[in-house]
Design a protein around this ligand. Sequence first.
Ligand code: CMC
Length: 435
Amino acid sequence: MESPFDHVTLAVDGKPGDARSLSLPVERGTLGNPCIDIARLPKETGCFTYDPGFTATAACKSAITYIDGDAGVLLYRGYPIEQLAKQSSFLEVAYLLMHGELPSGDAFHAFENEVTHHTMMHEAFRTFLYGFRHDAHPMAMLVGMLGSMASFYHNTLDLEDPEQRRLAAVRLIAKVPTIAAGCYRYSIGWPLRYPKNNLEYVDRFLHMMFEVPSEPLAMKPVAARALDLLFILHADHEQNASTSTVRLVGSTGSNPYACVAAGVAALWGPAHGGANEAVLKMLADIGKPGNVQSAIDRAKDKESGFRLMGFGHRVYKNFDPRAKIIREMTHQVLGELGVNDPLLEVALTLEEAALKDDYFIQRKLYPNVDFYSGIIYKALGIPTEMFTVMFAIARTAGWMAHWLEQQMDPEARIGRPRQIYTGYGERGYVGIGDR
Ligand code: CMC
């Protein structure tokens, strides 16, 4: 909605006779809500602002992704997610996020070729991978493996050089699937697979995951189509917790591989990317449609500490456009693969019941992107612990687009939130014998 004002006035009430007012400029992006620029506030009033969870605070300017949570709109570089989901591919979306424009045919082939030729892991990564316990969670392994990438490329990375920054992004987009598949195969005791350059990005990943030395892999084309779609839908989501983490770490001038390792750690939590794993566990616990109502009652009871996983979103307060697309794909995948998953029936019953329930209606809680994605992953044979790793593969494209944007932003400064201190006032040290 167009806003008529370009300044807001803040009245500062001090002692009698000490009232002042401060005029704060209002900034506008090309789309979205106006933003009050409060950068002068501490200097001119001695005050900070308090905004736990950053629900009202923009930390940067960005031209990558736009979300209108009330209207259920998601645009990557201006293109609606529905159009990209139907017509594009994950690798093309990765290019779009990084470069700002859709590639020409030649530019895309050059990008695809470059990504394809950076998919191999350094052999020393194997030794590193084999150091994990066999039952380590793959997200823990991914954090460690990506952190270790910083040690492989640190000395050859000049952050002042745009070409080296771009190459770091390409390396990450290329290698994360190889590392992810390696984590999975190690956990089940299978030999690691090298990436096959004759395959496309998603097919190559499926081969690295599932091909065994003894026989060729036969997967129906719908598997790669569905995974590519999920990767497109997960590729970026503006300043979510993991992307903000990548930016916060990036703001200190850290190595980009370390930034992405931090992003993966932030993604892991069940309130963020870990929700897809939590949804499947929840649906399995519910077990059958007849148990849905008691799960809903438990989610409404604040004492229970239980929430419906895959429901609700910080920004979408009407519907999550990604969930709509995934819901359709879920039926298609299960149909074409001939999978009869009883959890789908539980999910459909749960969705229907929650959408009719006043608690969820009043709080505008709708199924989010993670509600159905786990059912697709499960149908593709991807184990539950790997679901958030799938999300991380896709989000690497968004993280790197944001990191690249931040490195060129003349207004970017080290991220340093303030606090309201609630601890003791100054007090004297007491020796251990006197306590
Ligand atoms: N089940 C039951 N109640 C809920 C749920 C839920 N899933 N989500 C929010 N609420 C209630 C919450 O208790 C609160 O109620 P009240 O106003 O009575 O105190 C109200 O709705 C607002 O919740 P909030 O926690 O203030 O909302 P938030 O914007 O801080 O949190 C969220 C957003 C996604 C963390 C939250 O909805 C949630 O925990 N959902 C379940 C986890 C999930 O599916 N996460 C994936 C998010 S999408 C993918 C991604 O970001 O990675």
